[in-house]
Write a protein that binds this ligand. Structure first.
Ligand code: MLT
Length: 307
């Protein structure tokens, strides 16, 4: 039998995924000197010296912007990813983000942590807290979804179920995606239309040249006063310096993002997370399984799905 394929695993990738590579045909680990394939999650491979022995790369996630895809294509090395495998996890965190902003959860939690149970004024302080952190409900508000790929569509669907109105925008929506989208999602023709009419705006676009800083000082002027911007896509889609200025001017109500950006961290109207969208047990297993299957099928049989 031929020598087993050597798979360099660059991050912690779910064991369920690695188990998809049959032990008699694959050796997978962190110390592989001459890899035939690389399995990566978030490690930035730009600038890495990717050995000439590498025949394929698998990204256990949907975005591939941590991989030099063009350089790999020029070498004939396919890059596999796992679109949709973590969409449900991201969708659920977007819901949490909207609720955190609408119900002032972050501020209210800090307020409670700062209370002294022995304080004789405790009861009065709790009453004050109830007023200070009173919020509003999602139902009846409009959510604008920019990007109607797998995640954007799940977010739109969830918002409809929560009793929200949904306005969606995607210039490149596929026919299949358009069919699967509820007719209750109103379609906008321009990003500005979404910004003007939505109280919440959630971004679900990849980071490419056309989307870099798509939310900037100019576009922010179109948003409703006190609106909430949610960025669970990529940091570069938003000009965060402009967002900070809009928050400070109280034009923008809140910014919820899945990146610990130094530009906005510490602002009381920012909820920033350490890129947790895909960090659930289920999503990690789904992504690792999908991408390991693709690597296996490519290396063993030359089958290409999703590269
Ligand atoms: C993705 O592109 O799907 C996410 O960035 C995945 C991750 O958090 O690793």
């Amino acid at each position: 039998m031929a020598e087993p394929f050597q798979v360099l695993v660059l991050n912690n990738v779910s064991a369920k995924g690695l188990a998809r590579l049959p032990a008699e045909r694959f050796v997978a680990g962190k110390d592989i000197a001459r890899p035939d394939a690389v399995l990566v999650r978030s490690a930035d491979m730009h600038g890495m010296d990717i050995p000439k022995s590498v025949l394929a790369i698998g990204r256990a996630g949907s975005g591939t912007n941590n991989i030099p895809v063009n350089a790999m294509s020029a070498r004939g090395v396919p890059v596999f990813n796992a679109p949709g495998a973590n969409a449900n996890a991201v969708k659920e965190l977007v819901l949490a983000g909207m609720l955190m902003a609408a119900r002032n959860i972050g501020g209210a939690m800090c307020f409670v942590v700062g209370l002294d149970p022995a304080d004789p004024e405790m009861e009065k302080k709790v009453e004050d807290g109830k007023k200070t952190y009173a919020g509003y409900e999602l139902a009846g508000h409009t959510l604008g979804v920019i990007g109607l790929g797998m995640i954007g569509r799940l977010v739109a669907d969830m918002a409809l179920k929560m009793g929200m109105n949904v306005l969606g925008y995607d210039p490149e929506i596929t026919v299949e995606a358009a069919w699967s989208l509820s007719s209750k999602v109103k379609k906008a023709n321009f990003v500005t239309e979404v910004l003007k009419h939505s109280h919440f705006v959630s971004l679900h676009v990849p980071l490419v040249e056309a989307t870099r800083h798509m939310i900037n000082a100019e576009s922010l002027t179109h948003m409703k006063h006190g609106a909430v911007l949610l960025n669970f896509s990529r940091e570069g889609v938003v000009d965060e310096a402009a967002v900070l200025a809009a928050l400070e001017a109280r034009k923008l109500g809140s910014y919820v993002c899945d990146f610990p950006s130094p530009k906005v961290n510490g602002n009381p109207h920012v909820v920033a997370l350490p890129h947790l969208g895909a960090s659930t047990r289920e999503a990690e297993e789904n992504c690792a399984t999908m991408v390991a299957d693709q690597l296996r099928d490519y290396l063993l049989d030359g089958n290409v799905v999703n590269a």
